[in-house]
Design a protein around this ligand. Sequence first.
Ligand code: TYD
Length: 208
Amino acid sequence: MSKGKLIVFEGLDGSGKGTQIRLLAEYIRAQGGQLYETAEPTQSSTGGIVRDALGGLMPRTACELSAMFLADRIFHNVNKQNGIRRYLDEGIDVICDRYYYSSFAYQGIDADLEWVMHMNLDCEEIAKPDLCIFLDVGTEQCNERIESGRLSREIYENLDAQERIRRRFFEVFDKLGDKENIRVVDASRTVEEISADIIKIYNELGEK
Ligand code: TYD
């Protein structure tokens, strides 16, 4: 049996990941494919600690946050009940809303980027994605979506931080080069146009 594929969606807050994940998942299921949808931070107790920090309830340093996201990600991979690795081993595809690229871009604006990258990329318990889809939208457009959809803001949800995070994402993609399969999708277009591109990219993955 062939292993399932790990597909990660990344993008700034308000880049439309939720909608595009739903559309790709619908497509895969309509084709008869089996799929497990998941997200980071997870619903585990570590994920809860991370969320408290992101909401500003319990302030943490960038290094603390990096380590907490790492612990949450390891649990997300290896836990026997609904860990990513279990599904991949069973031949089931996994779609994950955010993964280590978010740690590089978000924690990497304050903590040492090389350190954050190493501890994730060199951790044998963290699966390497088969595909990362980066939904690329300008920060102004993301900000409008955040404003219309939410009442409270998380620590990174301000225009200045989002600009720095966006630049970091591209720096990281350059650094990773062809070591990872990263596809940048112009997400400033209509939902249908973006979705059509993503489905095409997904189908190319199956041909590999
Ligand atoms: P959340 O509101 O749960 O989801 P989203 O914005 O993706 O709809 O927020 C997750 C936040 O966590 C988001 O601001 C990015 C941040 N984050 C990191 O800073 N580092 C990480 O490693 C991950 C996975 C997320």
